[in-house]
Design a protein around this ligand. Structure first.
Ligand code: IMP
Ligand code: MG
Length: 267
């Protein structure tokens, strides 16, 4: 059963993608971040308790907030589902093996330090790492990117940094997908400043049409068209990471506060 209930607002974070309440099955809901903010503000102003000690007042406020939340959800949500498959499981497995061979050959005689970008790259990274024949370590970073509804601004905040220093190490950043390239650009600049012996990038997917900065991506799994990709680690509102293939997210007809097919948020 789908419930048209918006997720509770998260404090202190300006997201740049649509987030939606999702329930069981392969379908969910998408809603526009800007519209959400307006909706939430409306709900908040109605929630101001005039007499906090008065239980009748609290009850009325709660009923009103439920009504408003329902209206906001109806106005701002649109169903989403798994769309066209972009990369099949066997194509993923084949390409990961190829990349493993190429990277192993490149780093022969050296030790590799893999940097996975949480959370999306975890699935790709764990498969890739098992194909590597050189000794390697792994560490993770988590970043948040500020931006508008459909574009990342390139202003990135590190949520989780590496545990170990990388000075003098051969570092390979493993990314799930490069969209505008702004997040990766920031990561490259940040890690380069730490003086690694070498710094390269391996991205499972890239969307060349969306690229805003030219980046030295040494290894790429697949180039995909401008669609919002889900599966094999890639999420929409934290769902679909467990799909064994990469698919396009299908969003039903646009409504107010539309969240386009290219919304991005690192993770
Ligand atoms: P960029 O800064 O615009 O290149 O966005 C980079 C990050 O946004 C990626 O590392 C992903 O976590 C996320 N992202 C970009 N495009 C998609 C997509 O199509 N599906 C899921 N996540 C995406
Ligand atoms: Mg990523």
């Amino acid at each position: 059963m789908e419930t048209r209930r918006p997720p509770s607002p998260r404090g202190g974070r300006v997201g740049n993608r649509a987030e939606g309440a999702q329930t069981g099955g392969n379908e969910g809901w998408v809603w526009g971040a800007h519209s959400r903010v307006r909706g939430v503000c409306a709900i908040r102003s109605e929630l101001e308790p005039r007499k906090p000690s008065d239980s009748r007042c609290v009850f009325e406020v709660r009923r009103k907030s439920q009504r408003l939340a329902h209206t906001a959800a109806q106005t701002y949500t649109r169903p989403v589902r798994i769309g066209k498959i972009l990369v099949q499981p066997d194509e993923l497995a084949h390409r990961v093996k190829e990349l493993g061979r190429e990277i192993s050959a490149e780093y022969e005689g050296r030790e590799l330090f893999l940097v996975g970008v949480l959370k999306g790259a975890v699935f790709f990274l764990s498969d890739l790492m098992r194909e590597l024949e050189v000794p390697c370590e792994v560490d993770f970073m988590a970043v948040a990117s500020y931006g508008s509804q459909t574009d990342s601004s390139g202003v990135v905040r590190i949520l989780k940094d590496l545990d170990a220093p990388i000075e003098g190490r051969h570092v390979l950043i493993v990314e799930d997908i490069v969209d505008s390239g702004l997040t990766l650009n920031y990561l490259l600049r940040t890690l380069k400043a730490r003086n690694p012996a070498s710094l390269e990038v391996c991205a499972l997917l890239t969307k060349p049409e969306r690229r805003k900065v030219d980046l030295p991506i040494r290894w790429t799994g697949f180039e995909i068209p401008n669609a919002f990709a889900i599966g094999y680690g890639l999420d929409h509102a934290e769902r679909y990471r467990n799909l064994p293939y990469v698919a396009a997210l299908e969003v039903s007809d646009a409504g107010p506060g539309e969240a386009g097919a290219s919304d991005t948020t690192p993770g």
